[in-house]
Design a protein around this ligand. Structure first.
Ligand code: FAD
Ligand code: SF4
Length: 399
């Protein structure tokens, strides 16, 4: 970093105390504004300056081809597959591919640190971003903290530590801001391992979700919205509880999701080198999207720990998505017996593999488009990326 840059950062820091987040209620607490890189916030913040296409071109060498429907949905990529670890990591969100990659990158000396999220001592769901330097520190960050997490708050420590090779794990809004300031970090090599992300919540919002949905909110250690159209909760005693999506108390949950997540159109983490999720894979498998050569390097380090199969796609989501739009809008909640029955039927005949991923993307993008249109009409045109407009344009939306 040049002297001029350092003075610029310091000046920005002097402005920080007590300053509000420029994205206001749309802020996803990505952490950038907790650092002296707040200086770049107007350009970098995903909610102030949507620039997915420009950053895709810079990072991957091209942006999405709007003639290609798979590009609309899954972004720029070299390949996709389903994968799972031969020996899953106990306590990981799925089989622990993310943690395993991070550990291998450290063990092989390919990076000096990994930005990831542990939890605080008192609360398993309260995120605590760290720069992990050992396998144990990475392992301590396994499993989702399903709450807004200020991952980028550790950025100043990178520069201070003198680290030159870094792996960052994060969700879409964090990664967009990271990409926008990447050049300022003084790194020789940055690897970005992303996860998809949707419907995130504040810590209080999470409690409301757990209280209204689980039979035992205080003992939940892990949950996931799975491809069988059920929420799977895992409890402290190892027991599993499932609740059909269609039985969720939509009327009570409508206001739980953070406004940032209700206005997000980067479900699939467009700017990561490698994305590891689950929604494009068969039940029990993880979904891998390799976006560029650096993403392939990340995947290569765990090739001997995973089995893979090609992605598949089955069913037709379109009718189900169209029907769910007014139902969600009106906060319709089915009685549990009907929800369970519907869950069983849709699991048998409903969309699978990539078609399930499209179902989830369509449902969230149509909902979010309506949210932005109603609450931030002046932002709609610039904030919604072109690929998302194409996706939403396939459906009839209420006013
Ligand atoms: P693990 O080895 O258990 O590692 C999990 C990693 O996630 C850790 O390294 C940790 O640092 C990081 N992490 C945990 N919480 C956060 C957070 N709040 N912000 C940023 N990073 C975090 N996949 C889908 O296909 N569809 C979805 O709708 C979807 N929603 C998600 C929502 C959230 C909030 C998160 C964090 C992830 C979501 N994922 C989704 C990804 C998926 O749930 C798994 O995280 C992913 O498949 C990796 O599993 P794993 O077993 O390899 O991860
Ligand atoms: Fe700052 Fe991040 Fe919030 Fe935007 S989302 S205002 S960059 S903390």
């Amino acid at each position: 970093m040049t002297l001029a840059d350092s003075l610029k950062h310091k000046k920005a820091k002097a402005l920080k105390p007590g300053s509000r987040r420029p994205a206001k209620e749309l802020c996803s607490e990505c952490g950038l504004c907790d650092t002296y890189y707040v200086h770049y916030v107007k350009e970098a913040c995903a909610f102030l300056n949507q620039q997915v296409a420009e950053l895709e071109a810079a990072v991957h060498g091209r942006s999405r081809n709007l003639e290609d429907q798979n590009d609309w949905y899954f972004g720029v990529r070299q390949q996709m597959m389903a994968a799972r670890k031969h020996e899953p990591i106990e306590g990981a969100q799925w089989t622990g591919i993310v943690s395993s990659i991070a550990i291998e990158m450290l063990n092989r000396g390919l990076v000096e640190g990994v930005v990831c999220v542990q939890n605080t001592k008192d609360d398993r769901f309260q995120p605590m971003p760290v720069i992990a330097r050992t396998a144990d520190e990475v392992l301590a960050a396994r499993v989702n903290k399903p709450t807004l997490s200020p991952n980028l708050s550790v950025l100043e420590q990178i520069e201070q530590s003198g680290m030159k090779r870094l792996l960052v794990i994060g969700v879409g809004c964090q990664i967009q801001a990271l990409r926008a300031v990447e050049k300022e970090l003084g790194l020789e090599k940055l690897y970005v391992l992303g996860t998809p992300c949707v419907d995130n919540v504040t810590r209080e919002g999470l409690q409301t979700f757990l209280d209204t949905t689980s039979r035992s909110p205080d003992t939940v250690v892990h949950y996931e919205f799975m491809q069988d159209f059920r929420v799977h909760f895992k409890h402290e005693d190892g027991s599993t509880e499932t609740v059909p999506f269609f039985g969720l108390k939509t009327n009570k949950l409508k206001d739980v999701f953070a406004p940032s997540c209700m206005s997000c159109f980067d479900y699939v983490n467009s700017l990561a080198d490698l994305v590891v999720g689950y929604m494009g894979a068969p039940f029990g498998w993880q979904w891998i999207v390799v976006r560029n050569d650096r993403g392939q390097e990340l995947l290569d380090v765990v090739q001997d720990q995973i089995e893979t199969q090609p992605v598949m796609s089955q069913g037709d989501r379109k009718k189900a998505v169209q029907q769910s739009i007014p139902a969600y809008d009106k906060g319709v909640t089915l009685p549990m017996w009907a929800a369970t029955l519907m869950g069983v039927v849709i699991e048998k005949i409903g969309p699978k593999g990539l078609e399930y991923a499209r179902f989830s993307i369509d449902s969230h993008f149509t909902r979010n488009y309506l949210y932005v249109k109603r609450n931030y009409p002046e932002k709609l045109e610039a904030h919604v990326p072109e690929y998302a407009k194409q996706i939403v344009g396939q459906y009839q939306l209420p006013d």
